[in-house]
Design a protein. Structure first.
Length: 165
């Protein structure tokens, strides 16, 4: 594959999926600036591996895995242990969900423990199977199921009262 063909294929992939990948990054880390950094890191690593990944056809899964692992690495940094902000930034509404509902969902997601949040995002937002989620996070399937159950229960406890209010 020539360099220009490689660059064109990579640019096409990024243009088609950048907004979705950015939302996934935001769901993983809860901050738009960190999400942009996370996505940039993932896309840089994807570009390096592009010929191999493109040939295998696992581009999006590869990017998601990079984002999950990079977010884990970043969360281990001492300066990331503090969470000074109580409010999420304004979120533009895309689709049928209102801005208030999306904000409430993202706020509730960020209140979940980190591993539960990652499992809920991968399983229920991205629709990955239990096996795929376990592989991406490097945990066993039973742990995925328990984190998913606890995470969904916590989200329901927070969001259900708002729905019927």
């Amino acid at each position: 594959m020539r360099s220009t063909d490689r660059d064109a294929a990579f640019s096409e992939f990024v243009a088609a999926r950048q907004a979705r990948l950015r939302r996934i990054a935001y769901a993983l880390c809860g901050d738009w600036h960190r999400a942009d950094d996370l996505l940039q890191t993932a896309l840089t690593k994807l570009y390096v591996a592009w010929p191999r990944i493109r040939h295998e056809g696992n581009e999006e899964a590869y990017v998601r895995q990079i984002m999950v692992r990079a977010n884990i690495d970043e969360s281990r940094r001492p300066w990331r242990r503090e969470r000074p902000s109580e409010h999420l930034p304004e979120v533009a509404a895309h689709g049928p969900t209102s801005t208030e509902e999306r904000s409430a969902l993202f706020e509730a997601l960020q209140a979940l423990p980190e591993q539960q949040r990652k499992v809920v995002v991968l399983r229920h937002w991205l629709g990955l199977s239990v096996r795929e989620t376990a592989a991406e996070l490097g945990i066993v399937e039973g742990t995925v199921k328990s984190h998913s159950s606890r995470g969904l229960a916590a989200l329901e406890a927070v969001l259900a009262p708002q729905r019927y209010a």
